[in-house]
Design a protein around this ligand. Structure first.
Ligand code: ADP
Ligand code: MG
Length: 249
């Protein structure tokens, strides 16, 4: 897919640095994600991909540099931070639904608490989103009663219920049994086609090729390459990327 034309900058990272102790996990990261763009982030384990995602919705602080969402710097705390977390939907590798809430409850809760949506409206929207991700008939079950693929689709619905400006996916299919990977990727493909701005950390190269506008390759806390999928997979420029691709393709 071509990068959407005229897309304006939605998420902007400028010269972002982050250490864990002496470990320099994010090194001078510059990254702009435009509205409607799908950016797939790939790279070896430990290269800083999760930290990058977590920094974007302030689950991690950064040492220096700036991150803005829709022109605004990330808020440090309070109501503003809760609103930011709603604007930046996140789906993790581990299924982190609220275990003591039903599926419907999971997708309704944030709308009522953070977005202050009236409960009836919130439930209506929750049901329509559960329909969209193909789990409408599981609404009254608890997460533990669902398969991993179903739980991950509920997690996507829960994030979407907040009407996020951007969705971050951190290896959303890595913990799934193989037969459930596609059902989750298909929901993500559809979201991409619908124009959602997305950052997706994944090892699913088929998804990267078909859904990404841009592939960002990270290694050792740096962005080593940023290119279209055709450019990246057809003609990786760095030795690090060539080496990585030779191991996974
Ligand atoms: P990736 O997602 O690419 O595998 P991460 O962002 O999870 O990489 O981690 C980057 C590096 O930071 C790794 O070396 C990891 O061990 C380290 N790291 C991640 N989180 C923490 C933490 N909370 N405390 C200390 N080190 C961490
Ligand atoms: Mg990770």
């Amino acid at each position: 897919m071509a990068v959407p034309e005229g897309g304006d900058a939605l998420v902007v990272l400028e010269d972002v640095d982050k250490h864990f102790g002496t470990l320099h996990v994010l090194q001078s990261i510059d990254l702009t994600i435009h509205r409607g763009e799908v950016v797939v982030v790939i790279g070896p384990s430990g290269s800083g991909k999760s930290t990058l995602c977590r920094a974007i919705n302030r689950l991690e602080t950064i040492d220096s540099g700036t991150i803005t969402i829709d022109g605004k710097p990330l808020p440090a705390e309070g109501k503003e931070l809760a609103a930011l977390r709603a604007d930046v939907g996140m789906v993790f590798q581990s299924f982190n639904l609220f275990a003591h809430k039903t599926v419907l409850g999971n997708v309704t809760l944030g709308q009522v608490k953070v977005r202050k949506t009236d409960r009836k409206k919130a439930e209506e929207r929750a049901r329509s989103l559960l329909e969209r991700v193909g789990v409408a008939n599981q609404a009254d079950k608890y997460p533990a009663q669902l398969s991993g693929g179903q739980q991950q689709r509920v997690a996507i619905a829960r994030a979407l219920a907040m009407e996020p400006k951007v969705m971050l996916f951190d290896e959303p299919t890595s913990a799934l049994d193989p037969e459930m990977i596609n059902e989750v990727l298909e929901v993500m493909q559809q979201l991409a086609r619908d124009g959602m701005t997305m950052v997706v950390v994944t090892h699913e190269m088929g998804f990267a090729r078909s859904a990404a506008n841009r592939v960002v390759f990270m290694a050792d806390g740096r962005i080593v390459e940023s290119a279209t999928p055709d450019e990246f997979f057809g003609n990786p420029r760095s030795e690090r990327a060539k080496d990585f691709l030779s191991k996974i393709l």
